[in-house]
Design a protein around this ligand. Sequence first.
Ligand code: FES
Length: 101
Amino acid sequence: MNISFTHADGTVQSVAAKVGERLLDVAQHHGLPMEGTCEGHMACATCHVIVAKAWYDTLPKPGNDELDMLDFAPGLSGTSRLACQIWLTEALDGLAVRLPG
Ligand code: FES
């Protein structure tokens, strides 16, 4: 499966991923600029991504803990998510997200 990351400068980078992987791990594996400081414990918001509107509803809804942490994310948008809370399923092949500046 493929995931499309749009960098802050508008460059689009498509990377290969596997079902069951976490979006944070995919991004870091491919050297994308995503810190993920707390390694997925929902304590940092440095894994913030903005999901393309067309894909947002395909993702399971964020929990309250994720929404609370997103409040600390710079550049928050209506389709913001934490990449450490997105596990890839077949339905997410082609998922498009933007990396906030
Ligand atoms: S890695 Fe810290 S909240 Fe996602």
